[in-house]
Ligand binder design. Structure first.
Ligand code: PLP
Length: 427
């Protein structure tokens, strides 16, 4: 029991060391990633991983849950305070399980759902045929408009009236603009649907007050906790004030959701992750988090402007949040080639389809770039200008390994000026 990881399992320890170095020396520009604080890391790696705590605080199926209750209550209360919610379930292991639980709380297999098409910025769990959501339910999709690349709410309304979905889902993984929450709620009300908003990408911006909140509009709001919110890898479900649309009048969606998460979708909660969520939510309640969230958006705007200046087309013309989609195919570059070249230059991004893409998802016409992780490391507008220039240069010189290696060295120098974890620096 007393061996260190390096002694007990040198292979895993070596992979961990390499990953630490990779995270430290590269520029993490994947829009869905972030760096948690050391306090969150400590809770996530804690002995709460040893504990079974099926059930909810005060009503557990196991003994010895008094301290599990403490951290789960802290997480629930902080989530409610942070987002102005009436109800919070902090147990979902992931964003996908949060969505599965939200749907199962209000609809039956075979019912129709309406979500944003994956290739227009949606998420797999919003009805894609390979996901539980497209297999269990009857999926229908809305898209963005071809001319503006903004959500087509008229089309959404038309489809909702025709298909009568039981759930309408907002939110996505690659949509750089604001959502019209009120319009979506009006459409849902018109057809008697439950409005679920998946704020996984923007949760930290909502928490930081730099993005409007879906909570007052949606019946159910789901999220991951590890993107802009900067918590551990996990999920969270919230309900605003207007959430009494359960199947029976006396039941609230909150109760249905709790049953839907456990025992509906999951067994024992990951208590170490629930503890880490409590820590992260506590951090997000501090004034510094507002500054952080504002800087994420400011950085994204500068980076998008810089790439535009370098001649790239930005989908929808820019960004209102933490991410942008760059149409690299307009310059004859596949998203997959761009991802590879930038990887060689030490800049991690992901290839991404763009609306009405002519290329398949594994090649794609775009790349998705986000600023949350680099903002956590303290980078601001001047660094975004430099990074924009590197991205443009790396894409231009994508077949020149020497040029990419040179950028990689410069990238590592910059990254070292914005160190990550103290324990890493001490090594
Ligand atoms: N919802 C959205 C909008 C997402 O972007 C993601 C992840 O990328 C998820 C849900 C799923 O989260 P997880 O990977 O934790 O299952």
């Amino acid at each position: 029991m007393s061996l260190t990881l390096a002694q007990a399992d040198p292979d895993v320890a070596a992979a961990l060391d390499h990953e630490t170095l990779r995270q430290h020396e590269g520029l993490e520009m994947i829009a869905s990633e972030n760096f948690v604080s050391e306090a969150v890391l400590e809770a996530a790696g804690s002995i709460f991983t040893n504990k079974y705590a099926e059930g909810y605080p005060g009503r557990r199926y196991y003994g010895g849950c008094e301290f599990s209750d403490v951290v789960e209550n802290l997480a629930r209360d902080r989530a409610k305070q942070l987002f102005g919610a009436e109800h919070a379930n902090v147990q979902p292991h992931s964003g996908s399980q949060a969505n599965a639980s939200a749907y199962a709380a209000v609809i039956q297999p075979g019912d129709t759902i309406l979500g944003l098409d994956l290739s227009h910025g949606g998420h797999l769990t919003h009805g894609h045929k390979l996901s539980f959501s497209g297999k269990l339910y009857r999926p229908t999709f809305y898209t963005v408009r071809r001319d503006t690349e903004l959500i087509d709410y008229d089309q959404m309304e038309e489809i909702a009236e025709r298909e009568r979905p039981k759930v309408i889902i907002g939110g996505g993984s690659a949509y750089p603009r604001l959502w019209d929450f009120a319009r979506m709620r009006a459409i849902a009300d018109k057809v008697g649907a439950t409005y679920v908003f998946d704020m996984a990408h923007i949760a930290g911006l909502v928490a930081g007050g730099v993005h409007p909140s879906p909570i007052p509009h949606a019946h159910i709001t789901t999220t991951t906790t590890h993107k802009t919110l900067r918590g551990p890898r996990a999920g969270l479900i919230l309900c605003g004030k207007d959430y009494s649309v359960g199947p029976k009048p006396e039941q609230t969606i909150g109760k249905e959701i709790d049953r839907s998460v456990f025992p509906g979708q999951q067994g024992g909660p990951l208590m170490h992750i629930v503890a880490a969520k409590a820590v992260a939510l506590g951090e997000a309640l501090r004034p510094e988090f507002k500054t952080y969230a504002a800087q994420i958006v400011a950085n994204a705007k500068v980076l998008a402007a810089e790439l535009k200046e370098a001649g790239f087309r930005i989908v929808s013309g820019g960004t209102d949040n933490h991410l942008m989609l760059v149409d690299v195919f307009e310059k004859g570059i596949l998203g997959s080639e761009a991802e590879l070249a930038l990887g060689k230059a030490g800049i991690t991004v992901n290839k991404n389809t763009i609306p009405y893409d002519v290329n398949p998802p594994m090649k794609a016409s775009g790349i998705r770039i986000g600023t949350p992780a680099m903002t956590t490391r303290g980078m601001k507008e001047p660094e975004m200008v430099v990074i924009g220039a590197w991205i443009a240069k790396a894409l231009d010189r994508r077949n020149d390994d020497a040029a990419l290696e040179q950028i990689r060295k410069e990238v590592a120098e910059l990254a070292n000026r914005f160190p990550l974890y103290a324990w890493r620096r001490a090594q």
